[in-house]
Design a protein around this ligand. Structure first.
Ligand SMILES: C[S@@+](CC[C@H](N)C(=O)[O-])C[C@H]1O[C@@H](n2cnc3c(N)ncnc32)[C@H](O)[C@@H]1O
Length: 258
């Protein structure tokens, strides 16, 4: 058994060898991304989300989609989840996640899988985390529909980058063909298309405003029950009619955090 200082040096070497980390995780005293451009990420995001989750996840299954280096998967396990599966399409991140889980002493299944292939898991999960992935997708509504159809059973947590107005325009169920001014309202649902890159990242495709995130979630069959902070939505899966409209005609107001 190596002494703690030797173990830390060895860990620091393993962390370095796995490339640049997006998740800043404390692995036995070794920080994986101490100079993260967002600060203590995802620690600060977790502190916002955690109060909105059940305190004890025993007996529950969790799917962490776009799990990256597994920060949220590990926290789900720490809350007592029976089974946690993390999927990501990038094997470099999955290698980081496997090291992070091993050092943290938790058992998590990490699989190389695209969110579009979620049906291949062949099961639903009590809790699905979809943190920081939506705006990286070229087909965001397709992904939400697939999650609703194949993966989500109850709780669905979605976090997305948002830009544009934070206002929510009250929209009618229908408008006449001649109505044009509604589209000028800043609180009308808008999905901003990124043709080239945003923040230097060519994988940023569609950035919604807040009204758009909420409308897309409802439309995909997820009722928003809580918004613990900007850009984070805790939802419940709603059963939907095949082929029917998925948005209830009078969406219930979303409880806002102060
Ligand atoms: C901004 S990071 C968010 C990571 C983590 N969920 C979080 O909130 O900190 C986006 C992650 O989604 C993954 N990702 C992007 N597109 C994906 C796809 N089509 N299928 C699976 N993973 C994807 C990326 O590899 C990356 O790990």
């Amino acid at each position: 058994m190596p002494d703690p200082a030797t173990r830390r040096l060895e860990l620091a070497r393993q962390v370095r060898e796995l490339g640049d980390w997006f998740h800043n995780i404390d692995l036995g005293g070794v920080r994986t991304a101490p100079h993260h451009f967002l600060g203590d990420y995802p620690g600060f995001q977790w502190r916002r989300l955690r109060p909105a989750l059940p305190t004890d996840l025993s007996g529950r299954s969790v799917l962490d989609m776009g799990c990256n280096a597994g920060f949220f998967s590990i926290e789900m396990k720490r809350l007592g989840a029976d089974r946690v599966v993390g999927i990501d399409h990038d094997p470099r991140y999955l290698a980081q996640a496997r090291l992070a889980a091993e050092v943290s002493g938790v058992e998590i299944e990490f699989l190389e899988l695209s969110v579009y292939d979620v049906a291949r898991l062949g099961q639903r999960f009590d809790i699905v985390l979809f943190m920081g992935v939506l705006y990286h997708l070229r087909h965001p509504l397709l992904a939400l529909d697939l999650i609703h159809e194949h993966a989500a059973d109850d709780l669905f947590v979605c976090q997305t980058l948002e830009r544009g107005s934070r206002a929510i325009e009250h929209t009618a169920v229908d408008y006449s063909f001649g109505t044009k001014d509604i589209f000028e309202q800043s609180g009308y649902p808008r999905l901003h298309f990124v043709e080239h890159r945003y923040a230097g990242d060519p994988t940023n495709w569609w950035i919604p405003n807040r009204a758009c995130t909420e409308a897309m979630l409802r439309s995909a069959g997820f009722d928003i029950t809580e918004r613990p902070s900007d850009e984070i939505y805790v939802c419940r899966r709603r059963e939907t009619e095949p082929g029917g409209s998925r948005t209830p005609i009078t969406p219930s107001p979303v409880p806002r955090s102060p």
